[in-house]
Design a protein around this ligand. Structure first.
Ligand code: ZN
Length: 455
């Protein structure tokens, strides 16, 4: 008989010492800052391998990890008796605030880490790419890497990753964003550059909304849903175009089945194509917030237009006080006045019945079974509506129909009459503009021509 044997390996629950001095480490290749546990966890053997690798890389002068507070490379120290580990600086010269971080504010710690993150290879590469791209652009001058930017407030200063002056007047700070820990620093930087007449542009190494990282999101949403990516590819494009080219990532809104949704796009864009909103510290290619407002406004308008149409098409004999009052209020909110009862509006019934009849292609309100009969009636009784009637006929392509219905050719004879009247300024045929705002809202297809001289 063969017994299956189960081999279990003991996995240490905790391989990091409790309360380590260096509780986060920075990957010097990528600039990512991660908790110490994420490196020292799981398998004892893996941690020993990491310890070996860190030592070898240090000796080869290619350090892998550093302390995010001071950017000094770190190695792993083992407490053999406890089989536990902690990170220690390669050189302990007392300059690292990690020792005394109990006395630092959260803000100070973040600012230190922010500066430390600049020492990663990825960060240095990005600064070089941005500066080299800027040098391709004759609109940018005074290009500097990590210059000191003195603020108007005493002792306030920043050291942006790259700084350049746009068209001789607007200083632009380019800040590279590789890590995810700097929300508060980001908010402060915006304020600093706003107060000091500059513009702050965040630049990413890559940007993927699917990989929703909080700091990226924060910059993205505060920048009108536009983000900028620099890479060797955009540097090549900058050289070719002879100006600063970045990859712009943006979201566009749409409404489907009553739901607002967003789709992501990206393309190379020159700095000159971007909209600069210095007051809000926003730089964007696509005005996502503006588009959203317009879209929602248009959607709400379409809904109200539909509600009014449904109400009117139930006519006659269906006056509904509550429903009408609701419509009155909704239109009032848009600055359009409706009478307290539809019958109280001067000429309103006849006008809307006429316009809906043409739009729907069937009699609404009127008892005329053809358009040509309605046309004669308008000519005789509602001359002020003729211009709107004509515009609607054209907008809904009813010309052939009315011609066909005009078997007596009497309508044809009237066309030059009202045209003449309009041309000669005959008061009798003046366009009745009492309901123009309402008509323009309900029938946007004729809104543009409504206010022009009838012809
Ligand atoms: Zn340190």
């Amino acid at each position: 008989m063969v017994y299956a044997s189960t081999v279990t390996e003991t996995v240490d629950e905790r391989l990091l010492v409790a309360d380590p001095q260096i509780d986060e480490v920075m990957d010097l290749a990528t600039g990512e800052i991660a908790p110490a546990e994420s490196w020292v966890s799981g398998d004892y053997q893996q941690v020993l391998e990491l310890r070996m690798r860190l030592m070898q890389d240090l000796q080869a002068n290619r350090p892998l990890l550093a302390c995010p507070m001071c950017a000094v490379p770190v190695h792993l120290v083992s407490l053999a008796a406890e089989r536990r580990f902690y990170f220690r600086h390669e050189t302990e010269d007392g300059r690292c605030p990690a020792r005394t971080k109990g006395r630092l504010s959260g803000e100070q710690i973040l600012a230190l880490k922010y500066d430390g993150a600049r020492e990663s290879q990825a960060h240095r590469d990005m600064k070089d790419v941005i500066a080299a791209s800027l040098r391709c652009d004759p609109d940018f001058s005074q290009i500097e890497i990590e210059p000191t930017w003195k603020g108007i407030d005493a002792n306030s200063r920043r050291r942006p990753d790259v700084r350049a002056v746009w068209k001789g007047h607007l200083p632009v700070a380019f800040e590279v964003q590789l890590s995810t820990t700097f929300l508060r620093v980001i908010a402060q930087r915006r304020q600093f550059y706003l107060r000091n007449g500059g513009l702050l542009l965040w630049v990413f190494k890559d940007f993927d909304m699917g990989d929703a990282r909080l700091t990226q999101d924060d910059i993205f949403y505060n920048n009108n849903r536009n983000a900028f990516v620099a890479s060797p590819g955009t540097l090549a494009a900058s050289r070719e175009a002879g100006n600063l080219v970045l990859d712009c990532v943006w979201s566009e809104p749409s409404i489907e089945l009553g739901q607002l949704g967003w789709r992501q796009f990206h393309r190379h864009a020159s700095f000159g194509e971007l909209t600069i909103d210095q007051a809000a510290q926003r730089v964007f290619l696509f005005d996502a917030d503006g588009e959203k407002t317009q879209l929602l406004g248009g959607y709400a308008d379409a809904e109200l237009r539909g509600a009014f149409r449904s109400y009117w098409l139930r006519q006659p004999n269906s006056y509904d006080e509550d429903l009408w009052t609701e419509l009155v209020e909704s239109f009032e909110a848009r600055g359009i006045e409706l009478p307290t009862h539809p019958g109280m509006g001067q000429g309103l019934y006849a006008l809307l019945d006429t316009l809906y009849t043409v739009k729907e292609g069937r009699a609404v309100g009127w008892r005329y079974d053809t358009l040509v009969k309605l046309a004669h009636h308008i000519f005789e009784r509602h001359r002020g509506h003729l211009w709107m009637f004509k515009l609607m006929l054209a907008a809904h392509d009813r010309g052939a129909q009315i011609k066909r219905e005009d078997t007596t050719r009497k309508w044809r004879a009237k066309v030059p009459v009202y045209r003449e009247a309009w041309a000669s300024g005959d008061k009798d045929f003046d366009h009745d503009d009492a309901w123009d705002d309402l008509v323009a809202f309900l029938f946007p297809e004729i809104a543009n021509e409504l206010g022009t001289t009838p012809h």
